[in-house]
Design a binder for this molecule. Structure first.
Ligand code: C5P
Length: 220
């Protein structure tokens, strides 16, 4: 069974999708980490982001392994290195690149082959797994997402204003929504879950309920 969880930045997808996978006993795929790996590799190798062919070569040279919470790129643990603001700022070059997207889509389908999996990103239900049995689009208002992000960062010792976070988030939302290939949108058959006013445990329970409803309806 494939469960896709898509949605905008800061909707809490990663932690909810990961917890849902654990509770269901499913594998978990963080596709954002793959775009981050390509971007990190391009930055490390001095690849010009304007050179589309070079960027595709970099993507093809990336051996990405997602091992629990760890992200390994060509054997190196880059779990933290791929989450810097510098990587986030440059990610649109890989995410806007149709060739890079096609390459990563193949890897994502490969990772899901023969497994029960929860896969999380922007285009999982709409593009990568159009036949997934259960599609969820997790969202929340921009202000709520920015406030949640601020609390997360504060817990990690980083103090940023909600305004700063909101400005950056609005930019990423726009990039994700306007992208020509693989843009952020709910699949026509996705369940849209707006999490404004919900606690993380409530969101997790709501997600699990959606999955179980589908499991109960599937022939054994
Ligand atoms: O989920 P995360 O914030 O780590 O993703 C990083 C970036 O990768 C997103 O802002 C988005 O632009 C891009 N992405 C994408 N398609 C996916 C997953 C992520 O374009 N399936």
């Amino acid at each position: 069974m494939i469960v896709t969880i898509d949605g905008p930045a800061g909707a809490g997808k990663s932690s909810i999708a990961r917890s849902a996978a654990t509770r269901l006993g499913f594998a978990f795929l963080d596709t954002g980490a793959m775009y981050r790996c390509v971007t990190y590799a391009a930055l490390s190798g001095d690849c010009s982001f304007d050179d589309a062919e070079a960027l595709l070569r970099v993507a093809r040279s990336c051996q990405i392994r997602l091992d629990g919470a760890r992200v390994l790129l060509n054997g190196e643990d880059v779990s933290e290195a791929i989450r810097t603001p510098e990587v986030t700022r440059h990610i649109r070059y890989a995410a806007d690149h149709p060739g890079v997207r096609a390459h990563l889509n193949v890897q994502q389908r490969e990772a899901a082959r023969g497994k029960n999996i929860v896969t999380e990103g922007r285009d999982q239900g709409s593009e990568v797994f159009p036949d997934a049995q259960c599609k969820i689009f997790l969202t929340a208002s921009p202000e709520v997402r920015a406030q949640r992000r601020q609390q997360q960062l504060a817990a990690a010792g980083k103090v940023l204003s909600v305004e700063e976070i909101l400005a950056d988030q609005n930019r990423r939302d726009l990039e994700d929504r306007l992208r020509e290939v693989g843009r952020l949108r709910p699949a026509a058959d996705a369940v849209v879950l707006n999490t404004d006013g919900m606690q993380p445990e409530e969101v997790l329970e709501a997600v699990l309920q959606i999955v179980r409803r589908v499991q109960d309806a599937e022939p054994a």
